[in-house]
Design a binder for this molecule. Sequence first.
Ligand code: AMP
Length: 587
Amino acid sequence: MKVLVINCGSSSVKWQVVESDSGKRLAEGKAERIGSDGRTHEDALKEILEEAKTHAPEAVGHRVVHGGEAFHAASVIDDEVLGAIEACVPLAPLHNPVNLAGIHAARALLPDVPHVAVFDTAFHSRMPRRSRMYAIDTELAKEKGIRRFGFHGTSHKFVAGLAADYLKTPVQDLRIITLHLGNGASACAVELGSSSETSMGMTPLEGLVMGTRSGDVDPGVVLKLARELGIDEAERVLNRESGLKGLSGIGNDLRDLQAKAEEGHDGARLALTVFAHQVRKYIGAYAAVMGGVDAVVLTGGIGENSAPMRRRILQRLEFLGVRMDEDANQGAKVTDDDPVRDISEPGARVKTLVIATNEELEIARQTQEIASGAKKIAQKKPIPIAVSARHIHLTREALDALYGEGYELTPYKPLSQPGQFACEEKLTIIGPRNKIEGVRILGPLRPGCQVEISRTDEFFLGVDAPVRHSGKTKGSAPITLEGPKGTLKLEEGLICAWRHIHMTPADAEAYGVKDKEYVEVAVKGGPRDLIFGDVLVRVKDSYALEMHIDTDEANAAELGRMSEGDIVDAEVYVTPNDAEAVIREKS
Ligand code: AMP
């Protein structure tokens, strides 16, 4: 699809016509001097469209800086969406109004093609609460709309995707630190395929040292400047006179600072040192936040082009597994056509990649997805809930020990997940305090034994079973099983099952969730509404849409008395991940 990508700034409009499938750039340009001599965005867009129209764009993708809480993804622009972007103006007073001006002008001039808004904030919109909340009074924060939003999302998403392609691993299985280092700079912890933490905050002023923005400072510094210089001047100083410019006393262009530093300029040296230090600090922090890191990606004008700055940043990170090959670093040149360079030492545990970002292409791709209807969010259907009573999975050897050599299980009834069945056979499970008789075996046989009980069972048995994903029994609790032909003591295998939803890729698409993501599920409409947090999403072609909870969880939501296999259609919706306990276990 040919997409016209429009990026409206306060005094300029950058544009490209991109062939979104091939990534080919068909035309590009920049209209400047908007605001001077009464020249408006509409005037500029008229000129742009004259030229762009010769390429017959089939859709228009607009970069919109702030999507607030309303947008988790790109969206076709209609009046409702315009209203929601308008509502975000107070959050981005410099950016959203000009983005809107561009949208209005372009829609009037190109009324017959779909227009799509792609938000800088959307990629971060599923950040967990622990990352997006500032530690101030929650009521006040809510009233004033104070929270972390994050920016540069289009770039972080694009380079994380390219890193995953390069590593031939699904992005959901990687922990990536993306560093967008340009005149504006931000770091992002990309986990489970989306942003779990990012350095820019409610505004693009927080975080890394930037060209002219300060990045992190003690909030006391802001107060002092505001008190002594006045609010407007403090704002100007922090946004326009700080960062590399403020530290060096020279300017914000890294190339100049590198040249001056070589000549021995103190301010330039200081600026480079503080910049690199701050980036390295965030790498360490994000590795800690994600419990490890698989790849570090550098992008943006500085990340892509400055080998000396990359070296400064990446030194002394060997303890994390980040080992850079200096020759590869010096030789790394990236382009849109050849966007990825691996600068890690061979065998380094963490891959260090230089990647050319291409926000226009990402905007074009998202625009195509939305405009072509390919990603139309399907009507959300209720999720059937299956309540799992306590049950047992056995290995061949365990069945032999409990029922005699070569014994075959007798299917009693099929379960909803294809190929699974409840058996006639039942066992007694014996804990230190009590035993429970008549616990059903589920087939077919598996490579590992697993006994799933509820918390209530656990107290009764007198054991301490961890909450685990199915199959993750290493280090779980011991339990004894008693069958007609013998007793079997399992050293591990007793768990409380982690609540989860099975779904097909189509269901996942409809709900806007991904495999291994954690979501909240609200059970509504019953006598005891309940929101389940930390629900693991498991996506596979062979799955049937179904949420699995145990009897305690079902009782808490008053989902009736059920035995294994029974299904209740509850009114359920899935909300963005708010899970606090992101446990990185592969299911
Ligand atoms: P961006 O905002 O992504 O365009 O990045 C702009 C920043 O990248 C400026 O600080 C430039 O000085 C820096 N930059 C661009 N090219 C180079 C280069 N070859 N070496 C060092 N810094 C560069």
